[in-house]
Design a protein around this ligand. Structure first.
Ligand SMILES: [Zn+2]
Length: 129
């Protein structure tokens, strides 16, 4: 059905573990006030392609601004493995830095101008799917 690979990811202390089914060729880098501090590299996922294997009870939720996005991190080690992004809160953005098997230096980096979120989002919504 799919030629996606299954990647295993985790927070730093290992309580939060997840499986991502994806073909990872690029990563999104966002320059918003939160992402620039996290240094996260994001990849989109759905409820079908991201499975939280363990540690759901160890997650803590952080929200700011419009309170649309849901930023989850492990309350023990502070690492943020995934988020419900403001662009589409029904989906996930997975932090590729939490997946050991990925060679991040081989990925194309696509910039998302989160500082000018409205304009950047319009450009993405306007793209044909
Ligand atoms: Zn942790």
């Amino acid at each position: 059905m799919t030629d996606h690979q299954t990647y295993l990811g985790s927070c730093h202390c290992g309580r939060v573990k997840f499986e991502l089914q994806a073909t990872v060729a690029y990563a999104m880098e966002c320059n918003c006030s939160l992402c620039r501090r996290k240094g996260a590299l994001w990849h989109g996922a759905s409820d079908k392609t991201l499975r939280i294997v363990s540690g759901e009870q160890d997650l803590t939720l952080y929200q700011f601004g419009t309170l649309t996005a849901k930023h989850y991190s492990c309350r023990h080690c502070g690492i943020s493995p995934f988020t419900r992004p403001r662009l589409d809160p029904a989906r996930w953005a997975v932090n590729l830095r939490c997946i050991d098997a990925l060679d991040l230096s081989s990925l194309e980096i696509r910039k998302f101008d989160g500082v000018n979120w409205e304009e950047a989002a319009q450009a993405i919504y306007a793209k044909p799917k």
